[in-house]
Design a binder for this molecule. Sequence first.
Ligand code: SF4
Length: 178
Amino acid sequence: MLIEKYDLEVTTPPCEPGAERFSGVARLVTDISEVLPYLNATLRGAVYNAAVPALTWKKGGHNVAFHPYQIAVSNVADRDAAIKEVDGLIKLVNRTWERRDEIEPDHEVHRRPGPLDLYKLLPQTNCKECGQPTCYTFALKLAAGHVKLSDCPVIQDPEYAGQWAQLKGMVAEDIPAI
Ligand code: SF4
């Protein structure tokens, strides 16, 4: 097991009425730098910077950052959710490390798709079925991790199967089973 113990810190950002979110930080005694290329190979939408080193990732609406001695998750709804998210990320790192012989490490930097990249693949009907006023607004929120691709019912129509598959490969909606 790579991470056997860690210190957890849960904080709230400076007061923002109506928009309070939580952050969780796991402070590690083990350097996890070596696992980052394996996470880069398996986490869709991750952005790896080998020079730092650091790997950032959007999981749902959360922002996740892996550093050599720290794992942080922000934009979480409450304290319990922050604790649960951190615990899940620790398990993800340990599972990935245990299975590293089966994974080809990826040392490349991958650009996170921007709103325009996502918009180009959406149906562009502005039908509002997702609850957003336009497809571009949906793309902005999708890029930021504030909505899920599955929130657009139209893209799931067989007519858009190709674009759906491409978009699925570009946005991370959950921790993959590794
Ligand atoms: S449901 Fe899909 S197609 Fe309709 S506005 Fe939202 S993103 Fe665009």
